[in-house]
Structures are given as C-alpha cells and as structure tokens.
Ligand binder design. Structure first.
Ligand SMILES: *[C@@H]1O[C@H](CO)[C@@H](O)[C@H](O)[C@H]1NC(C)=O
Ligand SMILES: *[C@@H]1O[C@H](CO)[C@@H](O)[C@H](O)[C@H]1NC(C)=O
Ligand SMILES: *[C@@H]1O[C@H](CO)[C@@H](O)[C@H](O)[C@H]1NC(C)=O
Ligand SMILES: *[C@@H]1O[C@H](CO)[C@@H](O)[C@H](O)[C@H]1NC(C)=O
Ligand SMILES: *[C@@H]1O[C@H](CO)[C@@H](O)[C@H](O)[C@H]1NC(C)=O
Ligand SMILES: *[C@@H]1O[C@H](CO)[C@@H](O)[C@H](O)[C@H]1NC(C)=O
Ligand SMILES: *[C@@H]1O[C@H](CO)[C@@H](O)[C@H](O)[C@H]1NC(C)=O
Ligand SMILES: *[C@@H]1O[C@H](CO)[C@@H](O)[C@H](O)[C@H]1NC(C)=O
Length: 823
C-alpha cells in the first residue's frame, strides 16, 4: 500500500496546475482470498483469507467448501492456489460505507483436485439481484471486472451453480470504491448508423471491462495503476502495423483542471501513443491507423479513447479525425482546445456503439482536412472497451430476476455482515503514522486526508501542546463582523484553501481573513499546520498570524493585512507601475531573509514548500513578507535527512529533485526561490502555457539564455539601462545556482541572501567592508556540494565558468568583496 503510493509519487512530476496531491485510497476496500485461511499479499495489497477467522465471515451460504490446489504450479500467485467451491446458491455480503461507483473483480483460476475439476464448473454470478453473467465456465486463468454504481450500503454477490456440474467457484474477489468521476453521465455519444445522439444514464449501467490498451506503450500492471488495473500493448490489434509508429515522452502529462485524472488512466498511458508512420511514405499521403478489437456481437459497448498530444511542439498544430466502426466519431479533433490550451494534457472521450452483427469494434484515427499540409498526423494513447451489461437482459429474464430478488432478500435477512478488517487495519496504520509525524512538531501527513474524527483529536492535541495558542482564538461572530459577514466585495484572493477577505477587527487592525470552504474538512491539515507554525514565529519578513477561528466547522485564519498585496501583481499583468531594480533587489533580499529565518531560525527548521511570487506580499513600504505556510513542513529533523510526504507545491516552481525522490529539503525552497528571482528579472509568469513550448517554463527558458550568456535579451524591458551589468551578472548567477538540478549543488538561503545583498551593493556602487551585524547569521556555509559524489544528479548541471559566488567559504566571499572594492 505504502509502496504503491510512493511508486506513484515517483511517477508524478507535474500533476495539476495548482497543487498536487496523489493518493487514491478507496473508502471501501475488500480484498478476499477465497477458500484460504491465510492472507496473501499481491502488489502490496493484502487479500484476506475468507476461511481465516469466523469473526470475519463474509459469506452466508448454503453449502461451500474451501479447496486447495494439491499441485500448485511453480511461481503461481498464492491467490490462485485456493478456491471456494459453491454447491448451492451462496452469497458474499459487503457493507459499503460509500455509495457510488464500485469496482468488482473476480479471479478465476481453475485447477484439478481429487474431488473437483474446477474447469468443469458452470455457474452464474449476480450483484444485488442484477445478473452479471451466467452459464459461465473458466478453462484458464481469467479476471472479470465490473464497474457498478450502487445506491445502497450493501453489496451482495451471489454465486449459483448451473447445469450438470452442480458447483461454482472463485479464487479471489476485489470490491473497492472508485472515484465517482470514473464514469460520468454527460458528454457520452451514442454512435450508430442513424447518426450521433446523446447517451443517457451511463453511470447507472453495469459495465464489464473487455479491453484495456496502452497504445504505443508497454504492459502496465496493477502495480503501475492507482486503481490496480492492467493495461496491455496494442500491437496485436493493429490492422496494418506499418501504418503506426510509437511515440513516447518522458514528461509527465499536464492534467488539466476538471479533466482527466490519474484515476481515469495512469500517466504511462498518456506518455505513449501511436502516430502516423511516415517513414517510407510521402508527407502528403492520407491514411488511417486502424485497430480491431474483438467483442461480443449484439451488445452495446462503451468505447473510451484516451488522448494526449505528445507530438506537437505548439498549440493548435494537430487536427485529426476519429472513426469508430467506420462512423465519424470525432471530427477535426483539436486536443489543445479541449484541454484549455495546455500542451501534452490528457483528454478522454466516451462513446457508446452498437455492435449489431459485428464481432469487432474498429477504431481508426487519421488526419483532418484542417491539418497543415506538412503536419498531417493523428494519434491515440489508450483505449478501453467496456460491455454494457444491458438492463434488457435483466428485464427479459424477469423470472430469473425475481428468483434472485427473493433468494437474496431472504438470505440477506439471515446474513450477518461485519467486515471492516481491512479498513480498521489501514486506519490504525494511518493513525500511527499521523501521531509520529505530529510529534515531530506540527507535521501533518496528507494520508490523513480522510476521516474527520481523528482530526478533531489531533487538533486538541496540538492545542494543548502549544500553550498560548488559545489566546489567538477569535470568536466566529467577531470574524463575521470584521468582514461584514464575508461580503463578496471584500474578497481579495482565493487559493486552494478557500477565499481570502479583507477585514477590520474591533481594534481597527486591518486583517486578511482566510476562510476554508465551510463545512468541508479539506485543507484542515494545512490549516492546523499553519496555526502551529505561525503562532510560533514572528519576523519582519514573514506575515504574522493575528488569530484563528475553528468554530461551527469553520476554519479561519486571520493575518495582518499586507497593503500592497502579492509581488506578482507588481511585476506583470496588472498595469501597476514597474518596480525599480533596487526595489526588486530589496524585495528579493527581504523574502530571502524571511525564508532563511524559516530554514534556520526556528527550532527544527521549516520548509515553506510553496514559494512563489503570489506568496510574497509587499507592505505599504514595499517590504517583502513571505506568506502562506499552509504547506509548511518541519524540515530535516532528528535522524531523518528529509521529510517524505505527498508532493505539494505550485506548477512551475516545483523542485524536480523533490519530484523524483520525494525528499523534501530546504533546497526545494531554494529552487522555487530561484524561479521567483527569474520572474522578478524577466517580469513573466513561471509557467505561461500560451507561449511556445521552449518558452512555457520560465526556469528552463531563462537558464537556456543564461547558458548562452544572453540573459539581458529577455529581462523586463523596464529594467534595460538601469541594471549595472555586474549586478545583473551576480543576480543571474544566483538564480541559476538556485535552479541546479541537484539539491546539493544549490546554495543555502543564507548564501542566496548574501549574494543578493552583494548584487545590491554592486548596483549601489558601495561595497561594504563589513557585514552588518544582523547578517552574521547568514555566513555562507562551507562548500558541501563539490566534495559529495553527485550520481544521477549530474545531469543538466549548468556549465559554470565562474567560480566565485555560491557555496564557497567565508574567506572567499571576503576576498571577493575586497577585490571588487573600488571599482
Ligand atoms: C489476515 O488479515 C486479517 C486482517 O488483515 C487479520 O485479522 C488476520 O489475523 C490475518 N490472518 C492471518 C492468518 O494472518
Ligand atoms: C520460477 O521463477 C524462477 C525465478 O524467478 C525462474 O528461474 C524459474 O524458471 C521459474 N519457473 C517457472 C516454472 O516459471
Ligand atoms: C485430476 O485429478 C484427478 C484426481 O486427483 C486425477 O486422477 C487426475 O489424473 C488429475 N488429472 C490431471 C490432468 O492432473
Ligand atoms: C476438467 O474438465 C474439463 C472440462 O470439462 C475437461 O476438458 C478436462 O479434461 C478435465 N480435466 C481433468 C483433469 O479431468
Ligand atoms: C435516466 O435518464 C432519464 C432521463 O433521460 C431520467 O429521467 C432517469 O431518472 C434516469 N435514470 C436513472 C436511473 O438515472
Ligand atoms: C510497472 O511496475 C513494474 C513492477 O511491477 C515495474 O517493473 C515496471 O517498470 C512498471 N512499468 C512502468 C511503465 O512504470
Ligand atoms: C522503410 O524502407 C526501408 C528500406 O526501403 C525498410 O528497410 C524499412 O523496413 C521500411 N520501414 C517501414 C516502417 O516500412
Ligand atoms: C479512414 O477511415 C474512415 C472510416 O473507415 C474512412 O471513411 C476514411 O476514408 C479513411 N481515410 C483514409 C484516408 O483512408
């Protein structure tokens, strides 16, 4: 479980535009190893033996027995060495905490034992009275997966023997909740020869997965997928192999807000595709890439196609058509428009098709007539085909249905359901983890993002742990008064946490009131972190907490009001008068000082985790104040060299090393700060998806110009002629070092501060001989970076011809000061 989680974290680079949190934990999660008195662990998931403990009986049954394979094949999963054999109608009953979309999987692996030849079993299976399949027999290993939408708190799975065999069997069962957006009702097309209509009520159908294909890619195992699905390559289904050519990217897809998610399909599906193969063909020739997928005839199927434009280098370059069974399903598809002007952003499209007499579904992609003549192309990243287990079948077999309903309801009364084993174990584990983290000073794991009751306990703990915090409590009524009952006209911002209002307290203090979405417990961990962190620190360059309110399920933080708002607003996009170079340096120095204090000045060090130009505020005198500690974590502490939690932060500012290793260190803040430095210099956003691909990411773009020693070409035009070249050089080198690939190569905030002050002094033309007293704490540290082998981090380290500057010893800095003096 934890392993899977961390695996996915490592896959995750840029996940969403705003903040990233990757952990899907099913609310209900029942994994049963049938007929076994032992638990089996498969892909880090524990399947509980259903013969284990009478207390945890899932099964109410006429007659069933546990069967063990007398000759288990070598290397076969222990899950398949036992089975439960049903001699009469038998039901597994699951109590569901959450209604909505549920995945149900049955594992069948027939084996031969003294008394039963499982290959000869014939039986039917139904869920809550709805028939899933009947007259079924398995001749080899088979996994059948169903997606259902349940509206009751019970899920009863009934097995009924049919025919002469007189018995049924199953080796393992999975029942777990899926995200409700996995199957949505709207936007589904019904395609048939009469044309295109809207298909209604998709989510209320029972679906059975038939094909799940990672087009152009490798096989993905349950280990690679947050919903433990298996995706297989498309090669066997290609009609003409030479028409297609595999493409792959190493960049993690940009999941667009409100669009596809990792639970819809994992990154790896979107990172590979097939495109038109023009190796031996003229660029002018039109052709399709076509796949045939065998399916059952006379049944409706849901066809879900996954796309991610990993081949274009700019927006609006790729237009193509998609055909299903020869019918135009999507004409002139332009992915960049559908994904809100993001490149390489996942998109999926659902259509329902009638198969009539066909025994295959044919999918083709080909260029659109809107394509640029020399850029004709088409692509496909993934395909899922699901059979719609039709409701007509239930209606026409109404006798059977009634039979089931009677049997199931009679049995239902008898069945005692009580399985929370898995849930209990998981939640115990989580709690333990939480306590551990909380003990290390206000650390909150985002694993705790569920389960309201444990939060309240934690809050009490924390409140009692930090005396003085109660004095910061502000009654809700007072907050209401201060903000004229959260008047919309007083909104000054919004973020992941909720709205920010301007307000005035009774004593006339101007405040910024940050209100979590009422009633939602989302963001509570951040809320509580922020209280603990902020209540303990006071610094000229950090926004102070005035108080907080936690009443009536409200989560409200009250800060001092910072008059001129976010730095970003003063840099670009709002028509504010441009800041002078000196002002900018002062602001960067102030922010660096605030961060340096966070890293070194507080008991164990705090990592901000979300440094960006909107989190640096300016007061009436343009003094920088770092705000938004919602994501703060206690930094390296005690025996731990890093803190490993869910990756959080903002797009464009995120430390790549933090992604790769999920090791949070104060150097991640240094990276983000480097991005801010370039933002200040170039007056453009950290990420601008409207620009061409090489310009989208400011850090990459600026580093490229810096490497070519031409950075002055891209600086804010307002600064031209104002910056002294030596000041620019120092500043740019500092920013560049902050963006070093490897955390060890980055300077500390203390070094950064020192260098920025130096850049200011060069600009001022007065190089001071001594450091100011309050800077004594900011002495650059001894160079750690050069001595330590860097391993994989070596890649992409900038070719630095200059020497001096960051990560060097104190005397070197002094000598630098001396040699530059008197210029
Ligand atoms: C199997 O797991 C359940 C819950 O995870 C536990 O209660 C039970 O003791 C385990 N059984 C064995 C044999 O390990
Ligand atoms: C079982 O696995 C081992 C090591 O993974 C391998 O050497 C062996 O050939 C496998 N045996 C079979 C029958 O697949
Ligand atoms: C199947 O099991 C029966 C009873 O143990 C045995 O007689 C028979 O030979 C087995 N067949 C195979 C193919 O293993
Ligand atoms: C088991 O049953 C299947 C289907 O009836 C049959 O083909 C197979 O030969 C049987 N195997 C044994 C070992 O009896
Ligand atoms: C199916 O859709 C119709 C409208 O098209 C609606 O009236 C009905 O309630 C829906 N049924 C379900 C089960 O959602
Ligand atoms: C999928 O997971 C397996 C481990 O089960 C791993 O070896 C493989 O590299 C992963 N594939 C991808 C594409 O990440
Ligand atoms: C393209 O042509 C070359 C030589 O004519 C051949 O070796 C190669 O296999 C062809 N490639 C494809 C994809 O057909
Ligand atoms: C692509 O397939 C569609 C549907 O089968 C067909 O109408 C179209 O003519 C094909 N395009 C080309 C260029 O072959």
């Amino acid at each position: 479980m934890e392993h899977t989680l961390s695996y996915f974290l490592s896959l995750t680079l840029l996940a969403s535009l705003i903040s990233i949190s990757i952990s899907f934990t099913p609310r209900d999660n029942y994994l049963i190893s049938c007929g076994s008195d032992e638990n089996s662990t498969v892909d880090n998931r524990i399947f509980v033996g259903d013969a284990t403990n009478p207390k945890f009986i899932f099964l109410s049954t006429g007659k069933s027995i546990s069967l063990t394979n007398p000759n288990p094949p070598p290397n076969s999963s222990s899950l398949y060495n036992t089975a439960r054999v049903f001699k009469t109608l038998s039901t597994y009953g699951f109590r569901m905490k959450k209604t909505g979309i549920v995945l149900v999987r049955f594992h069948f692996s027939p084996f031969n034992s003294t008394s039963y030849n499982l290959s000869s079993a014939v039986f039917s299976v139904s869920v809550n009275g709805y028939s899933l399949f009947h007259d079924f027999s398995a001749s080899n290993l088979l996994l059948r997966e169903f997606i259902l939408n349940i509206d009751s708190d019970k899920l009863d799975i009934a097995f009924a023997p049919e025919g002469e065999s007189g018995f049924g069997f199953v080796n393992a069962i999975e029942v777990f909740s899926a995200p409700d957006n996995l199957i949505l009702d709207n936007g589904v097309k019904l395609l048939n020869s009469n044309g295109v209509e809207e298909y209604n009520n998709l989510s209320s159908r029972i679906l059975e997965s038939v094909h799940r294909i990672n087009v152009g890619g490798l096989k993905l195992t349950p280990f690679n997928d947050t919903l433990w699905r298996t995706w297989i390559p498309d090669g066997d289904y290609l009609v003409l192999k030479s028409a297609a050519k595999k493409v792959a990217t190493t960049n993690i897809p940009n999941y667009p807000p409100g669009g596809s998610t990792r639970e819809i399909a994992p990154d790896n599906v979107y990172m590979t595709a097939q495109e038109m193969n023009r190796d031996n063909l003229s660029t002018l020739l039109d052709f399709n890439i076509t796949w045939d997928f065998p399916v059952q005839d006379h049944v409706q199927h849901l066809v879900r196609l996954h796309f991610c434009d990993i081949i274009s280098i700019g927006l609006n370059q790729l237009y193509f058509n998609v055909y299903i069974n020869g019918l135009m399903a999507y004409k002139d598809l332009d992915l960049s428009t559908l994904t809100l002007h993001l490149l390489a952003a996942p998109y999926y499209a659902d259509s329902v098709v009638d198969t009539d007499n066909l025994r295959a579904i044919q999918i083709s992609v080909g260029p659109s007539s809107l394509s640029n003549t020399f850029r004709k192309n088409a692509l496909l990243n993934g395909v899922e085909i699901m059979k719609i287990v039709s409701s007509e079948m239930i209606a026409s077999g109404s006798k059977r249905k009634n039979f089931w309903v009677v049997i199931v309801s009679v049995l239902g009364g008898v069945v005692v359901l009580c399985f929370i084993i898995v849930a209990v174990i998981l939640s115990c584990r989580k709690r333990k983890q939480k306590l551990k983290l909380a003990e290390s000073a206000g650390g909150w794991t985002q694993l705790g993002a569920r389960g309201g009751s444990s939060y309240s306990r934690m809050t009490e703990r924390m409140l009692s742990a930090s005396p003085g915090m109660n004095s910061l409590k502000i009654p809700f009524a007072e907050v209401q008064l201060a903000t004229t009952n959260f008047d919309r006209s007083l909104i000054i911002g919004s973020g992941g946490f909720g709205m920010v209002y301007k307000g005035v307290l009774k004593d006339n203090t101007k405040v910024a009131v940050k209100r979590g979405v009422p009633g939602s417990r989302q963001g509570l961990p951040e809320f509580q972190t922020e209280i603990t962190v902020l209540s303990k620190i006071r610094h000229r360059h950090l926004v102070s907490l005035v108080g907080y309110c936690e009443e009536q399920s409200e989560m409200i933080l009250v800060y001092e009001y910072i008059e001129k708002g976010p730095l970003k607003k003063h840099l670009y996009g709002s028509g504010m008068p441009p800041l002078s170079w000196k002002q900018r340096l002062d602001i960067c120095i102030g922010a660096a000082r605030g961060l340096h204090y966070l890293h070194t000045g507080f008991a164990q060090g705090i990592i901000h985790r979300d440094i960006k130009s909107t989190n640096i505020l300016l007061d009436e005198n343009y003094v920088a104040k770092v705000s938004d500690f919602g994501l703060s974590r206690s930094g390296p502490c005690l025996n731990e060299s890093h803190v490993s939690t869910g990756v959080k932060g903002s797009f464009g500012y995120l430390d790549p090393e933090y992604f790769r290793r999920q090791q949070l260190t104060d150097k991640s803040d240094v990276y983000s700060f480097g991005v801010v430095l370039f933002e200040v210099l170039c007056a453009r956003p950290a990420v601008d998806p409207l620009l061409s691909r090489e310009q989208v990411n400011l850090a990459e773009w600026a580093l490229e110009w810096q490497r070519q020693d031409m950075l002055e070409e891209i600086i804010d035009p307002h600064l031209r002629g104002e910056i002294k070249p030596s000041s620019l050089k120092k500043f740019a080198e500092t920013a560049q070092k902050c963006l070093a690939e490897c955390g060890l190569d980055r300077p500390t905030m203390g070094d950064v501060l020192w260098n920025l002050e130096y850049a200011l002094q060069i600009q001022d033309n007065e190089v001071r001989r001594e450091m100011r007293e309050d800077d004594s704490a900011y002495m650059p540290e001894l160079p750690t970076s050069r001595a330590i082998p860097r391993g994989p981090c070596n890649v992409g380290v900038q070719g630095d011809k200059s020497d001096e500057n960051l990560g060097i010893s104190t005397c070197q800095v002094f000598s630098q000061l001396l040699t530059n003096e008197g210029r």
